[in-house]
Write a protein that binds this ligand. Structure first.
Ligand SMILES: N[C@@H](CCC(=O)N[C@@H](CS)C(=O)NCC(=O)O)C(=O)O
Length: 149
């Protein structure tokens, strides 16, 4: 049965689910969510798709999962891919997934939204400068870890 992924093209969090789905070779198809017209904020979406009012949402038969990290974990469970070869490696993957959710993707999503998707006259310069600073600090941590700093 084809796995469904509720998503939209601009969503970095949905991309984090779509990429491993695609790379793993699983049979999946996107279900486009009209985020910019408020679809995730409707009572129907919250009742029927995701109480958290977010994408991505993965539906695999009877299983519905939200949170990109949980979806990534599920793809690993299902395919044996991307999760590390040993318990130590698996913990290291998990450690960086937690970090990403808290420090990188959350800041990146917020900053992109404020800078690009809000109408120009509503973009709060001071808030953008603050979130850019947080994002830059997160990228520095990642860069150092990857050996580039
Ligand atoms: N921690 C969540 C974040 C999901 C998230 O924030 N998704 C955004 C799109 S990139 C969203 O649907 N936001 C709706 C909202 O905040 O109203 C994950 O990793 O899946």
């Amino acid at each position: 049965m084809t796995i469904k992924l509720y998503c939209f093209g601009e969503s970095g969090n949905a991309y984090k689910a779509a990429l491993p789905l695609q790379l793993s070779g699983l049979d999946w198809a996107p279900v486009k969510v009209d985020f910019f017209n408020g679809a995730t904020r409707t009572p129907e979406y919250r009742a029927e798709v995701n109480e958290m009012g977010e994408v991505p949402v993965l539906v695999d038969g009877d299983i519905t999962l939200t949170q990109s990290g949980v979806i990534q974990h599920y793809i690993t469970e299902k395919t044996g891919k991307f999760g590390g070869a040993t318990p130590e490696e698996a913990r290291e993957v998990l450690r960086w997934q937690f970090w990403d959710n808290h420090k990188l993707s959350s800041q990146a999503g917020m900053t992109r939204f404020l800078m690009n998707f809000l109408p120009e006259e509503k973009r709060p310069a001071e808030v953008i400068a603050f979130t850019q600073g947080r994002l830059k600090a997160a990228y520095q941590v990642l860069e150092a870890h990857l050996g580039g700093a």
